[in-house]
Design a protein around this ligand. Structure first.
Ligand code: NAD
Length: 437
C-alpha cells in the first residue's frame, strides 16, 4: 500500500513509521520545513522512546520518506491519512478544525484515482461529513471515500501502543474502504487486535467518549484522594481496593496533580461543547473539566502550605515539567499552573526535566533550570516531585536533605513511602495519604 501521512507530529510520525515497519510505502508530509529538513537528516524532532531507531531503519530500507510536497505524495497514494493538530479553538473550547479542513482541500486538489482519505486526528462527530463535502466542493471529479480511524496511542509508549493496540476503530459509510483498511492494518489484524468497523460518526464519538471516560476516572480518584487526606485514609489502598474489581479495573487510578497533556484537556472541553450543541449536555464531563482546572492551582497552593504558607523570596525546586514521563510534550502540563501559582506568590522556581526543558522554555516564563535533581534541590526551601520520571524514583534522600535549605519533600505522584522519607529527616507531603500512611 502507498500511504501519505499528512502531519508529522506525535501521531503522524509514529503512525507513519509503524506503517512503514509493517511493509507499506509511507511518505510523511508536513508544512513545517524545519521539521521535514530535520527528519531528512535523520533527526527526530520529538522525544518518543524507540522512534529514532524505527525511523532510521525504515528510511534506510526506502519505505519511509519525508517531504513538504503534499501534491506529489497524495497523487501517488492509495490511502491518505490526516494527522494534523486539532487544538482548542481560542475563546470557546470547540476543536479548531482549520488544519483538518486545509488538509482536506489540499488533498482534494492533489488526488488521482480511487483514494481512501482517513481522519486520524481527533475530530468531533460530523467532521467526516464536512471533510467529504470539502473534497466534493473542491474537486467534484475526485474519487474518494472518507473514513474515520481515531488514534489511541499514548505518548511515551506510542510505538508499543500502535503495534499492540487494544482495538482499531474504523468508521466508514462506503464499503469500498473496508478491504483497503483491512490491508493497511493486516499485520495487526493477524495478531488478533480487534478491528472494529462502525459508522463514521460512531467512530468519531468513540474517541471522545474514551478520553472523556479516562479523564473522569482520573478526576474521580483525585477527589477521593482529597477525601482521604481530610478523613484519614490512603488513596493508593482505596485505588487498589476498587481496582481489583474487574468492573472498575486498576488502570488510571493514580491520584496526582490533575490530568494534562495534548489530548485530555482539549478533548474533554470539545466533548462538552459537542454535548451542548446537540442539546445532550454531558454534565459528568463538564464537572470533570471544572474539577481538574481547579486542581492544578490547588497543587501550587499545597506546595505553598508545605512551606509554612509563605513562599515570597523562597526558592522552590521542581522535579519534572512534562505532563507525564517519557515525553518532551509540555502541552497543558499541570506544571504550568503550579509554576504560575508559585511565581504569583513571589517564589523563585528552579526546575529540572530529563527531556522537557527545551519545550518548557517556550511555555514557561521566569523559571530557572538546573542540571539534575540534586542541582535543583540545592538551597531550595522545598523539593516538589511533579512528574514521575524513573530517575526521580530512587533519589538519594540523605543527599537531598543535605542540599535543601529546609527539609521538605512534596510528592505529587506518590512515588515515595512516608517512612523512608522521614527516616532521611525530611518532612513528607503526598497526595491522598493522611499523616499516618
Ligand atoms: P502535533 O502538533 O504534534 O502534529 C501535527 C503536525 O501537523 C504538525 O507537525 C504540523 O506542522 C502539521 N500540519 C498542520 N497542518 C498541516 C497541513 N495542512 N499539511 C501538513 N502538515 C500539517 O499533533 P499530534 O499530537 O500529533 O496530534 C495530532 C492529532 O492526533 C490531534 O487531533 C490529536 O488530538 C490526535 N491524537 C494525539 C495523540 C497524542 O498523544 N499526541 C493521541 C491520540 C490522538
Amino acid at each position: 500500500m502507498k500511504i501519505a501521512m499528512i502531519g508529522a507530529g506525535y501521531v503522524g510520525l509514529v503512525s507513519g513509521a509503524c506503517f512503514s515497519d509493517f511493509g507499506h510505502d509511507v511518505v510523511c508530509i508536513d508544512i513545517s520545513e524545519d521539521k521535514i529538513a530535520r527528519l531528512k537528516r535523520g533527526e527526530i524532532p520529538i522525544y518518543e522512546p524507540g522512534l529514532e531507531t524505527l525511523v532510521e531503519t525504515n528510511a534506510r530500507a526506502g519505505r519511509l520518506s519525508f517531504t513538504t510536497d503534499l501534491n506529489a505524495a497524495v497523487a501517488d497514494a492509495d490511502v491518505v491519512f490526516i494527522a494534523v493538530g486539532t487544538p482548542s479553538r481560542r475563546g470557546d473550547g470547540h476543536a479548531d478544525l482549520s488544519y483538518v479542513y486545509v488538509a482536506a482541500a489540499d488533498i482534494a486538489r492533489a488526488v488521482t484515482g480511487f483514494t481512501v482519505i482517513v481522519t486520524k486526528s481527533t475530530v468531533p462527530v460530523g467532521t467526516g461529513d464536512a471533510v467529504e463535502r470539502i473534497i466534493a466542493d473542491t474537486n467534484p471529479d475526485a474519487d474518494c471515500v472518507v473514513v474515520s480511524n481515531p488514534e489511541f496511542l499514548r505518548e511515551g509508549a506510542a510505538i508499543d501502543d500502535f503495534k499492540r493496540p487494544d482495538r482499531i476503530v474504523v468508521g466508514l459509510e462506503d464499503d469500498r474502504a473496508r478491504p483497503v483498511m483491512e490491508e493497511v492494518y493486516r499485520p495487526l489484524y493477524l495478531n488478533q487486535a480487534p478491528l472494529m468497523f462502525t459508522g463514521r460518526r460512531t467512530a468519531e464519538l468513540i474517541k471522545y467518549a474514551a478520553n472523556g471516560f479516562l479523564a473522569m476516572k482520573i478526576t474521580f480518584i483525585n477527589e477521593i484522594a482529597d477525601l482521604c487526606e481530610k478523613a484519614g485514609g490512603d488513596v493508593q489502598a482505596v485505588a487498589r481496593g476498587i481496582g481489583l474489581d474487574n468492573r472498575i479495573g486498576a488502570k488510571f487510578l493514580n491520584a496526582g496533580p490533575g490530568y494534562g497533556g495534548s489530548c485530555f484537556p482539549k478533548d474533554t472541553l470539545a466533548l462538552v461543547k459537542t454535548g451542548q450543541d446537540y442539546e445532550a449536555p454531558l454534565r459528568l464531563i463538564e464537572t470533570t473539566v471544572a474539577v481538574n482546572d481547579t486542581r492544578k492551582r490547588a497543587m501550587g497552593r499545597k506546595v505553598i502550605a508545605a512551606c509554612g504558607g509563605d513562599v515570597r523570596g523562597k526558592t522552590i525546586g521542581l522535579l519534572g515539567l512534562t505532563f507525564k514521563p517519557e515525553t518532551d510534550d509540555m502541552r497543558d502540563a499541570p506544571s504550568i499552573a503550579i509554576v504560575q501559582t508559585l511565581l504569583d506568590a513571589g517564589a523563585r522556581v528552579r526546575a529540572y526535566d530529563p527531556e522537557g526543558m527545551e519545550m518548557a522554555k517556550t511555555v514557561l516564563d521566569g523559571v530557572e533550570y538546573g542540571a539534575d535533581a540534586y542541582d535543583v534541590a540545592r538551597g531550595a526551601e522545598c523539593l516538589v516531585l511533579v512528574t514521575e520520571w524513573n530517575q526521580f524514583r530512587s533519589l538519594d534522600l540523605d543527599r537531598v536533605k543535605s542540599l535543601l535549605a529546609s527539609p521538605v519533600l512534596v510528592d505529587l505522584r506518590n512515588v515515595y513511602r512516608r517512612a523512608e522519607v522521614e527516616k532521611a529527616g525530611l518532612a513528607y507531603i503526598s497526595i491522598g495519604r493522611s499523616d499516618q500512611v
